[in-house]
Ligand binder design. Structure first.
Ligand code: AOF
Ligand code: ZN
Length: 308
């Protein structure tokens, strides 16, 4: 039994309970919104009834607040100025692919806006909250802030460090081997762990393997076992791969990003973020490539699948 969760539920404030529902909603966008964050929003009437809810469904499409407001039934529209809007991330203040959500909220003017956490995007970074306050809306911030940041750890890391969030992932045998002595693959993953790995892939914008893995395994590097967007392959340009060999490699048919191995790894990571909008990267081996990330201390999470 998870006592932490049941304790947490017992001592949750009303704002935290509604925010946890907004977090659940946000998660429905997993695999479809990156490099944007997952965001959920609720509109709660003074009697506690949820009169609207929505989430950011797909990259480039409407933000969570827009969907939540659009879901309010005509009969409930007069309640909006008396309501509280819960949103897991500070409403945006900029014109991106969509107009500013803070402006939309100012027009609808709920009584309160409860924000999970400030948006680290330098184009927002507190300006959304200020717009709401300047319009006379009461704003409460940092409600379940840690949970909201953890939900979007890929987005936060990339916005703050200007490089993708990096997951190192490998599978090893009980003796610590990742492949046979001649470099050919050994079967370690089970059908279930393969599905879980594809789920991880669906949450990453890009996926990287070294040249040896590419040549020996010829991996597809997609997430065909889990719904959502497939990560874009990232490869080091290597003279060993002639155009003729590249032609038979599955990853080459999926518009790979080719990095220059002579450029320092940290610089290559910055370029993935700023030139290619990659906010999360999964590194799937082999050993040399993984070692280079570990030596450079360039990683945020490590997942190892080990056969016992
Ligand atoms: C919100 N609500 O649901 C999301 C927000 O290019 P755009 O217009 O989609 O803007 C993307 C940026 O907007 C993204 O980097 C982040 O700062 C914010 N995301 N904001 O108010 C949402 N997805
Ligand atoms: Zn927005």
């Amino acid at each position: 039994m998870n006592t932490y969760n049941s304790d947490r539920l017992l001592f949750m404030t009303t704002d935290e309970m509604y925010m946890s529902r907004a977090i659940r909603l946000a998660m429905s966008g997993a695999g479809h919104v990156s490099p944007n964050p997952m965001v959920g929003a609720l509109i709660v009437a003074p009697d506690g009834r949820v009169i609207g809810e929505g989430f950011h469904r797909r990259f480039g499409e409407a933000h969570a607040e827009v969907n939540a407001l659009a879901s309010v039934a005509d009969v409930d529209l007069p309640l909006i100025p008396l309501s509280t809007c819960y949103v897991t991330l500070e409403p945006c203040s900029h014109y991106g692919k969509t107009p500013p959500c803070a402006q939309l909220l100012c027009r609808h003017h709920p009584r309160r806006v409860v924000v999970g956490t400030v948006d680290p995007n330098p184009r927002v970074a507190g300006r959304g909250i200020k717009m709401l306050q300047d319009a006379g809306i009461e704003v409460v911030s940092d409600v379940l802030a840690q949970e909201c940041r953890n939900l979007n750890r890929r987005f936060f890391t990339s916005q703050l460090l200007r490089r993708p969030w990096i997951l190192l992932k490998w599978a090893e045998s009980s003796s610590g081997d990742m492949c046979l002595p001649d470099g050919s693959p050994i079967t370690i993953s089970s059908p279930l762990t393969k599905v879980l790995m594809h789920r991880q892939r669906s949450l990453c914008d890009a996926i990287m393997v070294g040249t040896n893995t590419l040549l020996h395994d010829n991996p597809s590097l997609d997430n065909r076992l889990w719904p959502g967007n497939s990560p874009r392959p990232v490869l080091f340009a290597s003279k060993a791969i002639s155009p003729r060999v590249a032609e038979r490699l599955k990853a080459f048919s999926r518009d790979p990003i080719i990095l220059d191995p002579n450029i320092p790894l940290a610089q290559n990571m910055n370029s993935l973020f700023s030139d290619y909008h990659i906010s999360s990267l999964m590194v799937e081996g082999g050993r040399r490539l993984l070692d280079s990330f570990i030596k450079a201390q360039l990683y945020d999470e490590i997942r190892v699948e080990r056969v016992l």
